[in-house]
Design a binder for this molecule. Structure first.
Ligand SMILES: [Zn+2]
Length: 318
């Protein structure tokens, strides 16, 4: 029997800080959630908050080797706990999310916290340091532009449509052509689609992400994609993963099969290409369960709880 989700993944990952352009930073970690930062003339914008304040303080110490500017904005790409619950460590003046992300935190933030803590305990370094749910202080529906000052250009926060969740946003530097894509794009890491809208994501949402024309892309997990070819490959991999799930789960669903048959078909089709990538086994039961619901006409993802996680896992992994 497989170990539940990522609860058996306890080996520390090596973190790697990359300077992508003057004042643009990405921290990647072998498939753990990526974070970033962008310098304005006299302030900083941080992208993603990690799972706990203690985890975030390690990243901030690395960042402080490069800049001492105060953090004005903390941008959070979506509501998932491992992206948001470290927010208090940043001391940001403004915490920005999409409108839908604020609503999702209100609706299911507490359940998601408990679910993710059990699924990915290693990421929750000192969970007692979390002061509570993170609440945005500024939200938007379409675009939110931050003028960076000097000749640094703008940082454009944009909503590209429903995808990994109902409220994902990307952070785009049009002058530097660098994109922080959050979990809408993964580069050599498996997709988590347990809260997703698969058809929107593989269609108009990824089209909108691709249309930005990024030359460097920081995905939700995995290495930074450098160059237009690598960016296209990361977006293409994300779409292929979704298309394969839609095809295999869709066939089983249309044939009147069972969830378990759909899981076996999707797992079998994806494993040769994606099975060795981070969190593949962890994600697949939750992914197939959500897609099955989506194909059954359940519009919004059912809330994951620590209890429901175990039920779905046990049903599909035995
Ligand atoms: Zn996520």
């Amino acid at each position: 029997m497989k170990t539940f989700a990522s609860s058996g993944d306890l080996a520390e990952k090596e973190q790697r800080l990359e300077v992508l352009a003057d004042g643009v930073y990405a921290l990647t970690a072998d498939g753990d959630p990526n974070v970033g930062a962008i310098e304005g003339e006299d302030f900083l914008v941080c992208f993603e908050a990690m799972a706990t304040p203690v985890a975030a303080s390690g990243w901030l110490a690395r960042l402080r080797e490069h800049t001492s500017k105060p953090i004005r904005y903390l941008v959070i790409s979506h509501y998932h706990a491992v992206r948001v619950l470290g927010a208090s460590a940043f001391g940001a003046e403004v915490i920005v999310t999409h409108d839908n992300t604020r609503a999702l935190i209100a609706e299911r933030g507490q359940q998601d916290w408990e679910s993710e803590l059990a699924r990915m305990p290693r990421l929750f370094r000192d969970p007692a340091s979390i002061p509570g749910l993170t609440w945005p202080t500024a939200t938007f529906s379409d675009r939110f532009t931050i003028a960076l000052g000097g000749d640094r250009g703008d940082l454009v926060l944009a909503y590209c449509g429903r995808g990994h969740t109902e409220g994902d946003i990307v952070a785009w530097l049009p002058r530097q052509k660098i994109l922080f894509a959050g979990d809408l794009v993964e580069a050599q890491a498996a997709l988590y689609t347990g809260d997703a809208f698969h058809r929107d994501w593989r269609g108009g949402t990824l089209d909108a992400v691709a249309a930005l024309g990024a030359e460097s892309l920081v995905g939700g997990r995995g290495a930074v994609a450098h160059g237009t070819q690598a960016v296209a490959a990361a977006i293409g991999q994300t779409r292929d993963f979704l298309d394969t799930m839609l095809a295999r789960v869709g066939t089983a669903h249309a044939a009147g099969g069972t969830l378990k048959e759909a899981f076996a078909a999707a797992h079998g089709a994806l494993a040769p290409r994606y099975g060795r990538w981070p969190i593949f086994e962890h994600c697949m039961p939750f992914n197939v369960s959500r897609l099955w619901d989506e194909l059954s006409g359940i519009e919004r993802p059912v809330i994951w709880t620590a209890e429901r996680d175990r039920q779905v896992w046990d049903q599909l992994q035995d």
